[in-house]
Design a protein around this ligand. Structure first.
Ligand SMILES: Cc1ncc(COP(=O)(O)O)c(C=O)c1O
Length: 404
């Protein structure tokens, strides 16, 4: 065999040939760092403060409703865009909590988690050349959502400690190509809750450029210090320009059920429903039935949820401050972004590795929330949606950071 032949069958050549057979889109993003941290937590037997899933029980009446639905043989495909009982309950709750009246027959699509709702919404509205404005730091899915739907992301910074945005920077990010802005309030990872003034400012830009607001509101009930959650769809002029994404995962502590939804005007719900149909056909039928029960829980359920998380927030702020972290106190959701400058590490990745391998606590490196990794190099995120024994184990492990 000649040298030339050897090079054509070498590992690089094989890798290039394989790559040609794969999707260039999928190559543009990595697997989820958050879910990778969960795997590392298991490998090193570390306390998982990385992924935002509650490790305590869901409400008994919601679980009982799911059991009854399965026993009652609600085990076949639901209507593609969602069981009528659940869509009706979603419409009633949106009107009750936000004063927005929607038609469950034409404006609600039930999906496999809000993750699918966001993807179906993006695929339903994006054309080649469209731009989407994304605040960062941002929930890591929005980057791949933009790439897979074919949108070009335009990032606008939320700046610590208050995570405010610069109004001029946001104004400059909008233009004739802006198809949508993604607004996540209460926000992951920062805990920011967008104020009415901020939402109105965004509203004015959407109206001016005829752009959609795609809002991720899955932490709507996890909110502190008397702050109010305001849905973009409730603002004057935004009823027809908003796609509201929400789900059961966080409000009812059932992240594994994979039930979410998108609320959008009828003409937008048509493509969302088509995309959803061919992506997944539908969400789990018996769990949708249980969802209809969950969404009718009394106000006391939501008060208790927020109260419990308030206690956990205080506990976690104490643990982290004692361990030497500078904390950005969240106004909503169940994460704390921290500044790690007080520790002598070159960046968030090496610090996160050290934490999981040597200290026994898994966190999310800040860079995974930014387009430019350098922006998050001094930050890591902790979640606190955990029972007291998990928080206590985390406190004990982190005490090792201060040294003997
Ligand atoms: C902001 C945000 N949106 C969406 C999701 C995923 O939600 P779901 O379980 O409904 O797909 C998460 C999960 O952590 C999140 O933090």
């Amino acid at each position: 065999m000649s040298a030339g032949e050897a090079s054509t069958t070498g590992p690089n050549r094989v890798a290039a040939a394989v790559r040609r057979r794969l999707s260039a889109k999928a190559e543009r993003f990595t697997e989820s760092v958050i879910r990778e941290m969960t795997r590392l937590a298991m490998q090193y037997d570390a306390v998982n403060m990385a992924q935002g899933f509650p490790d305590f029980s869901a409400a008994e009446e919601v679980k009982e409703a799911a059991r009854q639905a399965i026993s009652g043989d609600i085990n076949q495909y639901a209507i593609t865009w969602g069981a009528k009982e659940l869509r009706d309950a979603i419409a009633r709750k949106f009107e009750r909590t936000q004063g927005v009246r929607v038609d469950p027959e034409r404006e609600i699509t039930v999906t496999c988690g809000s993750t699918e709702a966001m993807m179906a919404a993006m695929m339903g509205i994006i054309n080649p050349g469209d731009e989407v404005v994304i605040f960062e730091p941002h929930y890591e899915n929005y980057g791949p959502d933009a790439i897979l739907s074919g949108a070009t992301p335009r990032f606008v910074q939320l700046r610590p400690p208050d995570w405010n945005f610069d109004r001029d920077e946001l104004t400059r990010a909008f233009g004739p190509k802006t198809k949508a802005i993604i607004v996540n309030t209460p926000n992951n990872p920062t805990g920011k809750v967008f104020s009415r003034e901020e939402l109105e400012f965004i509203r004015d830009l959407c109206v001016r450029w005829n752009s959609y607001a795609v809002t991720d509101e899955i932490y709507e009930h996890i909110i502190y210090d008397g702050t109010k959650h305001i849905s973009m769809a409730s603002l004057d002029g935004m009823r027809d320009l908003t796609i509201t994404v929400n789900g059961m995962s966080k409000t009812y502590s059932v992240t594994g059920w994979r039930v979410g939804w998108a609320i959008a005007p009828p003409e937008v719900s048509v493509p969302i429903r088509k995309v959803h149909d061919f992506l997944t056909v539908g969400a789990a039928a018996p769990l949708q039935q249980a969802g209809a029960v969950a969404l009718e829980l009394p106000p006391s359920y939501y008060q208790k949820l927020a109260e419990n998380y308030l206690v956990k927030r205080g506990r976690m702020l104490g643990i982290l401050t004692d361990a030497g972290f500078r904390c950005f106190k969240p106004a909503g959701a169940y994460y704390i972004m921290t500044d790690i400058s007080g520790f002598n590490f070159p960046d968030d990745l090496s610090f996160s590795r050290y934490l999981v391998e040597k200290i026994g606590v898994a966190v999310v490196p800040g860079s995974s929330f930014y387009d430019d990794a350098a922006m998050g190099a001094r930050q890591v995120r902790f979640t606190f949606c955990k029972k007291e024994s998990t928080l206590a184990a985390c406190a004990e492990k982190l005490s090792k950071l201060r040294g003997p």
